[in-house]
Write a protein that binds this ligand. Structure first.
Ligand code: PGA
Length: 247
């Protein structure tokens, strides 16, 4: 059985003092045999976090990665650099990056490929906007987003993590119902199965206002293998409750 993955996406939040307090509270409250746990932190804090989580079950993630390996790309961070700071996961194609930084399906696919080549597991985000859902386009949108990644990554696809994050549920307090989420997860699973004999081992996370109150029901769905948690990952007790729900 694959282990569920609960990954926190801190987005552009944190401070040296705040990070230390949060991680210490998490470490103090983690169960003895937790599910897999990761925190995706602002890149500037990776060195601090690497020291804070050393020897613990908490793994480190970044929130983005360059599609290039090295060179004249001002402001970019390579997967190899992230590896040097103990990074295991990198979120790619988060809807905030697609929306505010113009990231295309092709760019997201290229980022996933470069990350994999350097030993960083991409957490590939897909999800529809409210307008797309209301127009009945949810399946079409998420399948198109995932298809680009499958096409570019070929047989390596079984190494990725997918996160279904309906854009209308992110940071809004509106969660997809467990049935709505499962329906999309099943579509994504079928698409992965058509591309890889190992699709059952690919974890498909749900993200979008997951919290202590709704996590257990979402995580009990057959194709929901964990969560990508924004707001609730910034509060130790809330994040720990979600981790407990995933056990
Ligand atoms: P949220 O964010 O949990 O605050 O809705 C999730 C995400 O954007 O990954």
């Amino acid at each position: 059985m694959k282990k569920e993955l609960i990954a926190g996406n801190w987005k552009m939040n944190g401070s040296l003092a705040g990070n230390e307090a949060l991680v210490k509270a998490l470490l103090a409250g983690l169960p003895a045999q937790p599910c897999e746990v990761a925190v995706c932190v602002p890149a500037l804090y990776l060195a601090q976090l690497q020291a804070l989580v050393a020897g613990s079950p908490i793994e480190l993630g970044a929130q983005d990665v360059s599609m290039h390996e090295s060179g004249a790309y001002t402001g970019e961070l390579s997967a190899a650099m992230l590896r040097e700071f103990g990074v295991r996961y990198a979120i790619v194609g988060h809807s905030e990056r697609r929306q505010y930084h113009g990231e295309t399906d092709q760019l997201v696919a290229a980022k996933a490929k470069t990350a994999l080549a350097s030993g960083v597991t991409p957490i590939v985000c897909v999800g529809e906007t409210l307008a797309q859902r209301e127009a009945g386009k949810t399946e079409e949108v998420v399948k198109r987003q995932l298809a680009a990644v499958i096409h570019t990554n070929g047989h390596c696809i079984s190494e990725i993590v997918v996160a279904y994050e309906p854009v209308w549920a992110i940071g809004t307090g509106k969660t997809a119902s467990p049935e709505q989420a499962q329906q999309v997860h099943a579509v994504l699973r079928a698409q992965l199965k058509a591309a890889s004999a190992q699709a059952e081992r690919i974890r498909i996370l749900y993200g979008g206002s997951m919290n202590a109150a709704n996590a257990a029901q979402l995580l009990s769905q057959p194709d929901i293998d964990g969560g990508l948690i924004g707001g609730a990952s910034l509060k130790a007790q809330d994040f720990l409750s979600i981790i407990a729900a995933a056990l």
